[in-house]
Design a protein around this ligand. Sequence first.
Ligand code: SF4
Ligand code: SF4
Ligand code: FES
Length: 331
Amino acid sequence: MGDVIFRIYRFEAGKDSAPRYQEYKLALEPGITLLNCLNQIRGSQDGTLAYRMSCGSAICGSCAMRANGHALLACKTQASSLVKNGVIQLDPLGNFPVLRDLVVDLEPFWSSLRQVKPWLQPDTSDEPERERLQTAAEFHRIDYATTCILCASCWSDCNVLEVDKKFLGPATLAKAHRYIFDSRDAKTQERLERIAEPRGVWDCTHCGECSTRCPTETKPLARIEEVREAVMIAGVTRSPGARHAMGFRESIKWFGALNENYLPVRSMGFFNIIGLLGILPVGLRMMRKRKAPPLLPHFIDKVGEVRKIYKRFHELRKEAGGGGGKYEGDE
Ligand code: SF4
Ligand code: SF4
Ligand code: FES
């Protein structure tokens, strides 16, 4: 492939006033990984270049960084797949303070994880004589979530964390899933209540970036969707996020389409006067700019057919064992 320019972010906290990019030229060997390119650059051109690595086998999660703007594992990625016009640009993971070059301070990630108590909390009144067993099916429920290697690639590219550093974040939500669905854990309801609080499972915007960047089968967005369903089935529906989800469902069922007047009111709560007053200015601004939806609700033709689908869905769910319960608003 010939020579490639590695354009690498350089910065040392406490010493440099601003980051800069430094370029290194390297002839790519066929099949070489990005991590081995960095090792060659550090070994033969610049011993001051800082980055993390350990296993070299996509297991430890320490070599995560951004290449051409997207998070990945350097040891799992062929350098040749990243070359754009002869250049590979490397940056530290996003949404973290940078300590030095490609090394970030992961403390926000660890402190978020601690919030969901990522350890088993079994029923201690019923201690087994030996280990707590799981069937294959029970393990399958948490199989994907257990593959997380805590690399923080998802965290780096999460759009919500970009604007709200207190959002629990995709890896933490996936970790919460791993314990919520663990058959040996006895704190499911408590965990669901915690995850449904503001800045938890309902604050994800479904952009999907975490799952795209995740190098394992964890795929946080899919886990978030499963946790949301569990939250609803458990009846933890006091949050605006849960009411928003119910509002979507009711809107389609009643009108056959999304009613954008109903949704914000339903999300905020019909009797939440302070909350409703809070969204009033947005509504007025929309009206002034002629962006507000019509006040009279629009019903699609054959809305009865849509309602039949809901009814049939509810019957099927009941026949299948109810999926654990009934949502608020079910017939
Ligand atoms: S899907 Fe949700 S958690 Fe994942 S990156 Fe997007 S906003 Fe963040
Ligand atoms: S969920 Fe995926 S991307 Fe996020 S920390 Fe775990 S392995 Fe890394
Ligand atoms: S060095 Fe361990 S995952 Fe890349």
